[in-house]
Write a protein that binds this ligand. Sequence first.
Ligand SMILES: [Zn+2]
Length: 209
Amino acid sequence: MRENRRRLARALGIDPERATMVHQVHGAGVRDAAAPLRPGRFLGGLSGWPEGDALVTRTAGVALAVMGADCLPVLMWRRDAPAVAAAHAGWRGLVDGVLEAALAALGDPARTAAWVGPGIGPCCYPVDAALRSRFAARFSPATVRGDAVDLAGAAVGALVAAGVPAAHVRTVAACTSCEPARFYSYRRDGAATGRQAGLVWIDPAILRG
Ligand SMILES: [Zn+2]
């Protein structure tokens, strides 16, 4: 895992000493990462990070990382100002409002864009009737597909309902469970599986330009 993170940082051209994450708990808590929450510890593992499911920063070079293996990584950025956020969004976080909380921390949804990364698709995500009812009520009936729910559809709906222009929301046509060659999946592989990482940061070079 440590080596994977080192490779990831090298591939993205980010400083792993300034990458930060949270101890994800399927909630809606947002952590302000004006500086890395544990400087230099991104290569050091999962333990010891403060609890939360979203991160926001206005500091160039601080890379925000969220992890998921079926849950969605959702990356958000202000189109008019240097401010970015990342959220880990599974069904519970979506229902509890993790995306709305991250957007509030960014301050202006109408000037925000978002990217909804790969998660488990409705093809592979049957849930019980109670949760299907909650999705229909909280998001829209279209997020219920047979006996399953559509996490990405719910995420897009939540972002747009909170004020992000639909034209500025991108999604990935993928299902983590259907594509073992590309993705880790908790439902498919169990708790010992790896995680996808979603990262967003403000490139210091852009601010200098
Ligand atoms: Zn699938």
